[in-house]
Ligand binder design. Structure first.
Ligand code: X2X
Length: 354
């Protein structure tokens, strides 16, 4: 009798404790695993490292983050990174909208060919209503998005010939990743697209199994794609990929409100630093990232507005098809934001980029 009574009492006490246990008393992990796709030397890698460092310092080591590059926590399969983050296989990540578009199709808005017109228009999307709506999509999937960074505007490189017109791409094999939207774009331009991970892409380039790829100049330089035979770069700014500083929902909920504030503030600061770095490195006007290329035997092709327009025209049907797939309302909002930004920028000052 007495025994049973005690057992019941203990049971009630335990149940009460579980409900009343303050968040602070929930156990923290000794280490939090954070995934990124690229190398630590990219602006993306450096911004992420800064986030981890600031968090460790400001929480006095309570939140100890370890970076895993090359999307190694998902065996390099970057398109699985978001679902691994959602399921808690990964605690934190700074992921590209291209890689996460397989889970969140709305992220394809940034990959609509030639929608964006320079950094300011990209900011107009991430920092405005479009960005807020996309963060809501991320939250609905059990991930807490904290800040927008950026990989950058993506340029076209290849080992075969200078590309100034869609005809120049005919028959060339390009590595693409993330979304079938990229297959459609490259097919419309007469090229042969192949989906593969970034790690596989580097192997395929080295083995000359593919002719080209598309990535921001910061990524090109970081892995020295020129040493893998990439001798021509066309600056076409056809899409850009932002990156999202994020935390798994259960991990987020396990932290005290004070620690959450620290992590969020640090993400915002680190993202600001990361964007500055990405833009400095990518700035084409006289910056070392581009000047140095000629000395390394790489020819940089800058399109005239008329030449660029031919790529725009050739990809219009793809844009129209994907506008419907991404969601008309969202893309309408994005188009309006870009239009407003371009008009205001013209009135005030030139695009910061060039
Ligand atoms: O794989 C790529 O091309 C990269 C590194 O840019 C991304 O992660 C989207």
């Amino acid at each position: 009798m007495l025994n049973q009574g005690w057992r019941a009492l203990v049971g009630v006490a335990l149940a009460l404790a579980a409900v009343a246990l303050p968040a602070a008393a929930r156990p923290y992990k000794a280490e939090y695993a954070l995934s990124i796709m690229p190398d630590a030397g990219t602006p993306w890698g450096k911004g992420t490292q800064l986030w981890a460092d600031m968090v460790r310092e400001r929480t006095h080591g309570r939140i100890n983050i370890r970076l895993h590059t090359g999307a190694s926590l998902v065996g390099g399969d970057q398109t699985r990174e978001f679902s691994a983050l959602r399921q808690g296989v990964i605690d934190m990540a700074v992921g590209s909208t291209i890689n996460w578009s397989s889970a969140i199709p709305e992220f394809n808005v940034f990959s609509l060919p030639f929608l964006l017109r320079g950094c300011r228009s990209l900011d107009a999307l991430t920092q405005g209503e479009v960005g807020r709506e996309l963060f809501r999509r991320v939250e609905e999937q059990g991930v807490v998005p904290l800040a927008w960074g950026e990989n950058g505007f993506r340029q076209l490189s290849n080992s075969r010939r200078p590309i100034r017109a869609p005809e120049d791409m005919r028959g060339l094999r390009f590595r693409v990743v993330g979304s079938l939207l990229f297959n459609d774009i490259f097919t419309a331009l007469g090229a042969v697209p192949t989906q593969m991970t970034w790690n596989d892409a580097m192997r395929a380039l080295r083995a000359r199994k593919i002719d080209g790829q598309e990535n921001p100049i910061t990524v090109f330089n970081n892995v020295r794609l020129d040493t893998l035979g990439q001798r021509f770069i066309t600056v076409w700014d056809y899409v850009a990929d932002p990156i999202v500083f994020s935390v798994n929902r259960q991990v987020w909920d396990s932290w005290t409100p004070q620690d959450r504030d620290i992590v969020r503030d640090a993400a915002i600061e680190a993202a600001r630093f990361e964007v500055t770095l990405a833009r400095e490195d990518a700035m084409s006007g006289g910056s070392a990232a581009w000047d140095d290329l000629a000395a390394r035997g790489v020819k940089v092709i800058r399109l005239t507005p008329e030449q660029r327009q031919r790529f725009v025209d050739a990809t219009r049907p793809v844009y129209a098809k994907w506008k419907a797939l991404v969601g008309r309302d969202l893309v309408d909002k994005a188009e309006a934001a870009v239009r407003d930004e371009v008009t205001t920028a013209k009135l005030n000052e030139p695009d910061v980029r060039r």
